[in-house]
Design a protein around this ligand. Structure first.
Ligand SMILES: C[S@@+](CC[C@H](N)C(=O)[O-])C[C@H]1O[C@@H](n2cnc3c(N)ncnc32)[C@H](O)[C@@H]1O
Length: 236
């Protein structure tokens, strides 16, 4: 864990206690900071995630790494029963305050507190990148999903256009941490955000990993030119 006068951030080996402590530190202003730093695109990305899941009323969907429940709340608009799980008690407490109607519970993506095949669909938004064993998390998501159930991973990815990619990486490494200093309750977490996005596999590499973790028919769709990618898959 790195500490500076402005806060704390996890290192790229993503130890769970460091990741949880870092998110505890951003919880108070998490939703606002997201919307500011993404120029409001976060709302569009969440709606697209819900649509990609193809949820029907009465289905059960699990949102892993749900944080303050902002992603879980969007899923519930489909009429499905949406429950969120997260490692950071700070994020969960913030969510309980702002979204008392959204079911949120403590849970680690690597050891989910649910029986096998409990859900019709599972999803993870902007959280898989923070789990220290990506492949184990994808296998654990498959475990709690019924055969034929759906997965959608919503995560930062690699912009497709080279010129846009250069501008985006410059925003990520220079401007984003500077803007975060004016909005976030833990600006250092946004230095980690930039570093972890740069180190994350691109669309094809992530699809290959999903395909070896108990999921079939893997496909992806780019949003905002590939700033974000939605990976979809079906439980084998
Ligand atoms: C960037 S936030 C995303 C929150 C929300 N899904 C959204 O779309 O805004 C990432 C969340 O993942 C959680 N997280 C990280 N590692 C986790 C793990 N191993 N198990 C469960 N949650 C985890 C963090 O605590 C944090 O709340």
């Amino acid at each position: 864990m790195s500490r500076t006068p402005q806060g704390q951030r996890a290192s790229l080996d993503k130890q769970p206690h460091e990741v949880a402590a870092m998110f505890d530190g951003v919880a108070a202003r998490y939703d606002l900071t997201n919307t500011v730093l993404s120029f409001g695109q976060d709302r569009f990305w969440r709606r697209a995630t819900r649509a990609a899941l193809g949820l029907r009323p009465g289905e059960r969907v699990l949102d892993v790494g749900a944080g303050t429940g902002v992603s879980t709340e969007e899923l519930a608009h489909s009429g499905a029963y949406a429950v969120g799980a997260d490692l950071s008690l700070g994020m969960l407490h913030a969510g309980k305050r702002t979204r008392p109607g959204v079911p949120l519970l403590a849970g680690d993506a690597l050891r989910l507190p649910f029986a096998d095949a409990s859900f019709d669909a599972v999803t993870i938004s902007f959280a898989l990148r923070n789990v220290n064993d990506t492949d184990a998390a994808l296998r654990e998501l498959a475990r709690v999903t019924r055969p034929g159930g759906r997965l959608v991973v919503c995560e930062f990815s690699t912009p497709v256009n080279p010129a846009f990619r250069t501008v985006y990486l410059s925003y990520l490494m220079r401007s984003l941490p500077a803007v975060a200093r004016t909005v976030s309750s833990n600006p250092d977490a946004y230095v980690y955000l930039a570093e972890s996005i740069r180190a994350w596999p691109d669309q094809a590499a992530l699809a290959a990993r999903i395909g070896t973790a108990g999921w079939g028919r893997v496909a992806w769709r780019n949003l905002t030119g590939g700033v974000v990618a939605l990976h979809r898959a079906i439980r084998d």
